[in-house]
Design a protein around this ligand. Structure first.
Ligand SMILES: [Zn+2]
Length: 233
């Protein structure tokens, strides 16, 4: 079992790297431990693209490595406190994707100018502005969880993003969609003119038509197939 969850976190990490979320050795994604002991997450000091099952370990809500080796990421409270606050969440992604960071730093709310943002909007994607520094304590982690509320993602302004889902597969797809949506919006703004976007009713109907569970699951499978070396396994 622990092998499956390790493989899952490794695949999520490598997918995020390939989807433009890599930031040297920073950024991480996690899956809830089915036994309730904490989160399975990559160990620190590796790039997302370098994560293998052996580089994934189990971290407790107190930040202790309970299973596996390596150094725990200092921002583990993002994962453990969101999981504590949101029993519906089984996967959390925290990364520093450049387009999402740029859009949030510019103070622009995410607008559904293409398909991708409809996965999130409405409601408006919340923005965490208490600090742009690292989320190093359980108290700050709880604060991020409060800002996230019931949403699928939150901008950590001048820092990065957090995306969540019932499973790590869904959280990973959410993170990939969020960065694509932000890139599309920046491209739209750069084109000038008078940008348009979907009104809320259309966004909700697009969400149902495009991003239903079966499609999101197929997107995950597609992202796994696109990983380097996927055909050789
Ligand atoms: Zn961070």
């Amino acid at each position: 079992m622990s092998n499956d969850v390790r493989e899952l976190v490794a695949a999520s990490s490598r997918i995020l790297a390939q989807a433009g979320h890599d930031d040297l050795i920073w950024g991480h994604s996690s899956a809830r431990d089915p036994g309730g002991r904490g989160v399975w997450i990559k160990s620190a000091e590796w790039g997302l693209d370098e994560v293998t099952a052996e580089r994934v370990h189990l971290v407790s809500p107190e930040g202790k490595v309970l299973d596996g080796s390596g150094v725990a990421h200092s921002e583990y409270p993002i994962h453990t406190e969101i999981m504590a606050a949101r029993p519906d969440v089984g996967g959390v992604v925290h990364t520093h994707p450049p387009h999402a960071v740029a859009l949030a730093a510019a103070g622009q709310p995410l607008r559904p100018v293409s398909h991708a943002a409809n996965y999130f909007v409405p409601p408006e994607v919340p923005a965490f502005t208490e600090t742009a520094d690292l989320v190093l304590t359980p108290a700050l982690g709880r604060s991020v969880a409060r800002t996230l509320g019931d949403a699928r993602a939150v901008f950590l302004v001048n820092h990065g993003i957090v995306a969540v889902g019932p499973t790590l597969q869904q959280a990973t797809v959410a993170a990939v969609l969020l960065e694509r949506a932000c890139a599309q919006q920046l491209l739209t703004a750069a084109a000038g003119g008078e940008p348009s976007w979907s009104p809320p009713e259309e966004s909700l109907s697009k969400r149902e038509h495009i991003y239903h569970d079966r499609a999101v699951s197929a997107v995950w499978d597609h992202l796994v197939r696109r990983l380097p070396g996927a055909g050789e396994r």
